[in-house]
Design a binder for this molecule. Structure first.
Ligand SMILES: *Cc1c(COP(=O)(O)O)cnc(C)c1O
Length: 409
């Protein structure tokens, strides 16, 4: 089955109750049983069933199964937000005293989170580029995980997932990747060796900008050394399933980061059109980037352009597609504001991966808590505009941006 067919007819797509073509929205907190014994068995995971929607819910399970299949994982766990997914993916396997090595060009919220974790004595060492050469000197006996984004934004660098995964495994380390900006349409990080994948489903997976959510997908392939990964020590008997089991029955359940049933339903609908949307979005982004690259006094970055840092890896890893985000640098903050204000179709809003084209000035919004050095590494300059390309017709987007740039010299 090809990508779009699998979204609609994959093995995770069920005939739902009453023959419904989509899962029902099980908008309930609790589930009732005929006997105390039955309830006992459900609580002890001895019988199939649902007890309480923070712990498991049929609509959420339907979404988890579908995204798990699309990523080629062993299990997926849906979370209340992308940040919840990032947080829990790390806390599930870390103890005080452990260290993370992370790529420099991370999502601003993730940088803030890693700073928060220092209060729990979990320290992060940053590399400017996610390459084995830069990561190697940061490894010490406390290192437990390598964490990075498949396509960093707005710097638009691309991680060579196979190279980093092979390197991590050679050092007995886990690789967690945030694949929000790449989506399973561009790459399946697990097939390239990543151990755990996280997404903010708020973005391309939901696709219409109608609910906040996140998901963690475990490959269940990492051979946990339980003496080193002390956080998983109580789960030895589960072997390679230890990460999923602890997440599901402890950290995720106890921290209360569950996805709402309504959000899961909206994400199922969104996921079904991921391939269609990404096809149009990637083509639009490429056409817009190449048209804007003709304008002399601005700098355009999109992996489809030969001088973009992500160009070669997009060719190798994404079959030439460059994703839906591009950036332009227009010379000054004043001109960036003027360009943004001039746009007719592109919407001035945070977030990305919407059907609509969205624009933002990252330096004055997403990165206000970052240091100059963090901004430099993230590719955030005073004159940078980030564009999350939508599914409009490319000709209109090209006209809108060209007009805005040319009338604000
Ligand atoms: C948006 C985003 C997040 C956080 O997701 P929320 O759903 O906003 O909590 C994490 N990582 C990346 C790459 C993102 O774009």
């Amino acid at each position: 089955m090809e990508f779009n067919t699998r979204l609609l007819h994959g093995r995770a797509v069920r005939k739902y109750a009453d023959g419904a073509t989509l899962p029902q929205i099980s908008q309930v907190s609790a589930f009732q049983y005929d006997s105390a014994r039955e309830q006992d068995e459900v609580f002890h995971h001895k019988a199939a069933g649902f007890a309480y929607s923070r712990v498991a819910n049929p609509t959420v399970a339907a979404f988890e199964q579908r995204i798990n299949e699309m990523e080629g994982g062993n299990a997926a766990i849906a979370c209340s937000s992308g940040m919840s997914a990032v947080t829990l993916s790390l806390l599930n396997m870390l103890c005080a005293g452990d260290e993370i090595i992370a790529g420099g060009g991370l999502y601003g919220g993730t940088i803030d989170l890693l700073e928060d974790l220092t209060k729990f004595d979990i320290v992060t060492r940053y590399v400017a580029h996610m390459t084995p050469e830069e990561i190697e000197p940061c490894i010490n006996e406390r290192t437990r995980v390598i964490y990075g984004e498949v396509i960093s934004n707005p710097s638009l660098e691309i991680m060579d997932v196979r190279a980093v995964a092979d390197f991590a495994h050679a050092h007995g380390l886990v690789l967690i990747v945030d694949s929000t900006t790449a989506t399973p349409y561009l790459v399946h990080p697990i097939s390239l060796g990543a151990d755990v994948v996280v997404h903010s489903t708020t973005k391309y997976i939901n696709g219409s900008g109608n609910s906040i959510g996140g998901v963690i997908i475990d490959s269940a392939r990492f051979p946990w050394d339980f003496d080193r990964y002390r956080a998983l020590d109580g789960y030895r008997s589960f072997g390679k399933l230890a990460y999923t089991v602890r997440l599901r029955t402890d950290i995720w359940e106890n921290m209360g980061g569950c996805m709402a049933p309504m959000s899961a339903f909206l994400n199922v609908i969104g996921l079904e059109t991921l391939g269609l949307r990404m096809k149009q979005i990637c083509r639009n982004a490429e056409e817009l980037a190449s048209a804007l690259a003709e304008i002399p006094d601005i700098i355009v970055n999109h992996p489809s352009l030969p001088d973009s840092p992500g160009h070669d890896l997009a060719g190798k890893q994404f079959k030439g597609k460059g994703g839906g985000i591009l950036t332009i640098r227009v010379g000054s903050r004043e001109r960036a504001y003027a360009v943004i204000d001039h746009l007719r179709y592109a919407v001035r809003a945070t977030s990305l991966g919407d059907t609509r084209t969205l624009v933002i000035h990252p330096a004055s919004t997403l990165y206000i808590r970052s240091t100059e050095q963090q901004k430099q590494i993230a590719g955030v300059f005073e004159d940078t505009i980030r564009i999350s390309v939508g599914i409009e017709d490319a000709v209109d987007l090209i006209e809108d941006f060209t007009d805005a740039i040319q009338s604000t010299k």
